[in-house]
Design a binder for this molecule. Structure first.
Ligand SMILES: [Zn+2]
Length: 307
């Protein structure tokens, strides 16, 4: 796993590094001004915001009639919601490469990033809320953000989820089912912990069986990597599994079609600008929140990447 990350992530990291450089000119003190200046331009593309307190839940996607679902062009034209992708939340170890440190969050860095979001008035949203917004234009809470966690690392359960809850946030946890309950260099959540997260109102999503790149699937791979893990997670949580994260963020049009065929409502890539023109909901963008980022850098990158 770690080796795969080291090999495949440089592509994503070069995109992230560019984003960081682009955003460095914007200091926190000027954020308000920059925001106001951007307002006129963004008026036509603003996220509809609920005037009341933040809605805690979205309508069940199954209850949204097909006639109310917007076409792909409309979905692509809506303002993107910032979506952050986290992996391990732990102190860096001597063996961790420089690249690995870009996606491993030292605990204090993570705490500072989440606190910044809370202090800045952000509200976490679920993938079902994002789906309702993108398909029907449903209102979102003010300053929406989605906080996603990939792979099912144990510290996401032990450390990240309680911290999110302390700030009134909910997370989205994309589980790689081959690793459930595994103990080793990296520990992973067990079934009970996954169910507990779902019971506490967090969203559980699928992240394949063993992290294989969806662009390479053939033969039985769709069954092994998608269908069986989906069933397993539904059995564990007692809830439908409707949202997916691509391993390494890698995807293609065929994968969007295959996931849609299997009932998936949304699928999340990484920082690639391109989204699928036919199935935009199956190629939603996220950025990896880097362990090197200060809260200010994170905030700047959120504003610059999701327009
Ligand atoms: Zn992953």
């Amino acid at each position: 796993m770690n080796q795969k990350y080291r090999t495949l992530f440089p592509i994503a990291f070069s995109i992230l590094t560019t984003a960081t450089v682009l955003s460095c000119s914007q200091s926190k003190g000027t954020e308000k001004t920059a925001e106001s200046e951007a307002k006129t331009e963004a008026t036509a593309k603003a996220v509809p915001v609920s005037s009341e307190s933040a809605p805690a839940t979205a309508p069940d996607p199954a209850d949204i009639p097909a006639s109310r679902i917007a076409d792909a062009a409309t979905i692509l034209s809506r303002k993107q919601v910032p979506i952050l992708c986290y992996h391990q939340v732990r102190e860096w170890r001597p063996k961790d490469s420089e690249n690995a440190r870009s996606y491993i969050m030292p605990v204090q860095v993570f705490k500072d990033q989440i606190k910044m979001l809370a202090d800045s008035g952000y509200h976490s949203i679920s993938p079902d809320q994002l789906y309702a917004y993108l398909t029907t234009g449903a209102a979102l809470p003010p300053k929406p953000v989605m906080l996603t966690f990939d792979d099912g690392d144990l510290e996401q359960y032990e450390l990240a989820a309680p911290l999110l809850e302390k700030h009134g946030f909910k997370g989205v946890f994309f589980i790689m089912t081959a690793s459930i309950g595994r103990r080793g260099y990296q520990h992973y959540m067990d079934k009970q912990q996954i169910k507990d997260l779902a019971d506490r109102g967090h969203t559980i999503g699928c992240h394949t069986w063993d992290h294989h790149n969806v662009k390479k699937y053939q033969g039985e791979d769709w069954k092994t990597q998608i269908e069986e893990p989906t069933k397993k997670l539904e059995t564990i949580t007692g809830k439908p599994i409707r949202h997916f994260a691509y391993p390494f963020g890698l995807w293609n049009h065929e994968a969007t079609v295959e996931l849609k065929k299997r009932g998936y409502l949304s699928a999340f890539q990484l920082a690639e600008k391109k989204r699928d023109e036919e199935n935009p909901l199956l190629s939603v963008r996220r950025i990896i929140a880097s362990g090197y980022w200060s809260p200010r850098t994170l905030h700047n990158n959120m504003q610059n990447s999701f327009k």
